[in-house]
Design a protein around this ligand. Sequence first.
Ligand code: C5P
Length: 289
Amino acid sequence: MMEASEKAFAKLNISLDVLGLLPNGYHEMSMVMQSVSLWDDIFLTPNDSGKISCSSNIGYLPCDEGNIAVKAAKAFFTALGRENPGLDIRIVKRIPSCAGMGGGSADGAAVLRGLNRLWGEPFSRSQLEEIGALVGSDIPFCVAGGTQHATGTGTTLRELPPMPDCPILVCKPRFAIRTPELFAKIDSRRSRLHPDTAGILDALDRGELEAVARRMYNVFEDVLPRSCGDIGRLKGLLLEHGALGAVMTGTGSALFGVFADEATGEKALIEIKKECPEAWLTRPVGRIM
Ligand code: C5P
């Protein structure tokens, strides 16, 4: 059997809203999500060891059962109704961890796509999304990526018109934010601001980048601990250097700004890097499945 390689694209939240707390402790979400051109490379080599091994170029990445890529592979073989025949997963990681960019979920989704190809396409896209949902809430989006509206716990997906092409400057402050802590803070708030999701959907329908960028909002920005002050400061810098809009992605700590043209984006990148060395100029990536 041949080796498969897959690109695992990072995701950004153009908007993120939490609509309520569900009886199972999860939250009802409404998120406009976008894949961008920052990716991990995943290489899958089947073998007959009966074990799943995993390695990466990043020392601190757990490569045991805790790794989402390993969990996704196990879920794939379980869904196939087959004993795990043996698989080697190699990850070349570029998406920053603990960033809200779905790095782990993208890897998990790439493993599902790659295994599906190697095993002769036994599952449809929507079946892969269902398998992915058993492993993590952001994996279903990452199976096809592109521009989608995610609702329910984040696993109910609707394809949207592609986001207009533009430079997107992503930056990742050094600190990480604990996801459960942010959800708990959201729960304790009675009223809060919500993103204009309908306005964003409408702007995407019309292909109006500026109208999308102006409406970008993430409810978690409202409940950030004081120690995350850098996020507000970097957001200010992005806007000062010409971003049409700027917002935190997921539960952070990465944030991004959307730009109208490459030259402005490149100039802003130089400025942002002085404050935040981990920064990249990316572009929207369309659906891959
Ligand atoms: O599904 P996933 O493992 O990615 O979720 C990580 C954590 O995020 C969950 O344990 C839960 O605390 C929180 N979460 C949530 N509501 C969602 C998705 C995730 O509360 N819709």
